[in-house]
Design a protein around this ligand. Structure first.
Ligand SMILES: [Cu+2]
Length: 400
């Protein structure tokens, strides 16, 4: 019976890789001596993005092989939990007892019982020797999107070699790099809607996530708004996110004892921000949001001291027109006169290093004895695109 079962698993593995067609199975591994394999239980890339998943998601090994599950993330604890042949508990049955390992690291496992690493932190790992064939799904109890599968094949049967599985993994990581770049770009501009009182509510992300990635960025990283406007931060990240303004000096997210700063646990300040008060969103989980109305012009830094990221909110005076060049706010006195967007001639260098002469290349406009130039004329002279968004009173220029 056991033999027949193992045969089916080999067939399943073969199907997986012929149907998927991604493996060029050049040198199958038919080794009979035990090997060690590695799985990243999350993997910190840089401060902007982490693999918040099991990598590789699917690993094919032989009976008797050992897998080291290593938490290579930057901050979050995880678990590696196999239900085996047991009935998985419901979400509300999972209590503190699951924080402890069901068997110590280094144990052998036959796929029958539950095997739970318990909570382990970055830099820590959990090692398992798989003694029976089978397809064994597992997950992290703290982050339900973190799932993986270990496929165990009888010793001596062919499996893709370690090199091939590593190449496949490298290709996947490249794909994820692109996924990150695409998402970052698509969220670099906020969405917005106009409120009944004429103010604008912008929506951005306090953190982003895909099934494989956790993106540790405010998107957009800079908001350019007017007094009276509101920003709503949402998140589809895997873990809670924060928006804090005017942090107390020496603020630490986690103290020496590993405890959370109580200021992170409770929302503070708002819903209208006067420019001076301490504001904390509290923990923003996926499907939650945090909203703040900015009453005073100024430039404010927003901070997430837990994930160590910052962003900016630039608030222009009420009703003032704004100029954004290549996604970067240009802070200057923007005037709209007879359908023309004008900026002081003295601000020309903030847009271009090209030598444009007022009165020769650019028409001279005078308002209150000050010299202004037309943004459209500048764009025409240096090449690029100009768009006037009348809802948010913003001239949007792209020169590259
Ligand atoms: Cu996790």
């Amino acid at each position: 019976m056991l033999k027949k079962k193992a045969g089916l698993f080999v067939l399943a593995v073969l199907l997986l890789f012929t149907v998927g067609g991604q493996f060029v199975w050049a040198a199958p591994d038919t080794s009979t001596s035990p090997q060690s394999w590695d799985v990243n239980v999350s993997l910190a890339q840089n401060n902007e993005v982490s693999l918040f998943s099991m990598q590789p998601r699917t690993l094919i090994i032989h009976e008797g092989d050992t897998v080291k599950f290593a938490n290579n993330g930057g901050l979050a604890p995880h678990t590696v939990t196999f239900w085996g042949q047991t009935t998985p508990p419901t979400a509300d049955q999972i209590d503190e007892s699951y924080a402890a390992p069901s068997a110590p690291s280094g144990s052998s496992w036959d796929g029958q019982t539950m095997l739970n690493s318990g909570i382990f932190f970055p830099g820590q790992s959990y090692t398992v020797t798989f003694t029976a064939s089978g397809v064994f799904p597992y997950l992290c109890l703290l982050h339900s999107s973190m799932k993986g599968t270990i496929i165990v094949v009888p010793a001596g049967q062919p499996i893709p070699s370690k090199d091939e599985q590593q190449q496949e993994q490298a290709a996947k990581l490249k794909e994820l790099d692109q996924q990150f770049a695409d998402l970052k770009k698509s969220r670099s501009v906020p969405s917005y809607e106009k409120n009944k009182n004429g103010s604008i509510t912008y929506t951005g992300y306090a953190g982003s996530g895909t099934p494989d990635l956790m993106i540790n960025l405010y998107s957009p990283s800079t908001f350019y708004i007017n007094e009276g406007d509101t920003i709503k931060w949402v998140t589809d990240s895997h873990d809670f996110q924060f928006v804090l303004i005017n942090l107390p000096k020496g603020f630490a997210a986690i103290d020496e004892k590993g405890e959370f700063n109580p200021l992170l646990e409770k929302p503070a300040g708002g819903p209208v921000f006067d420019g001076k008060e301490f504001v904390s969103s509290g923990a923003i989980m996926p499907d939650m949001s945090f909203q703040l109305t900015f009453a005073k012009a100024g430039t404010y830094t927003i901070t997430d001291p837990l994930w160590n990221k910052t962003g900016k909110v630039i608030v222009a005076p009420k009703g003032a027109a704004k100029l954004v060049v290549n996604n970067v706010p240009v802070l200057t006195d923007v005037q709209v006169k007879q359908g023309q967007t004008l900026i002081p001639a003295s601000s020309l260098s903030q847009i271009t290093s090209a030598k444009l002469v007022v009165g020769k290349n650019l028409t001279k406009y005078t308002i209150n004895k000050k010299t202004y130039v037309s943004v459209v004329e500048i764009v025409n002279a240096i090449g690029g695109k100009y768009n006037w968004d009348s809802v948010i009173k913003t001239a949007v220029v792209t020169t590259k």
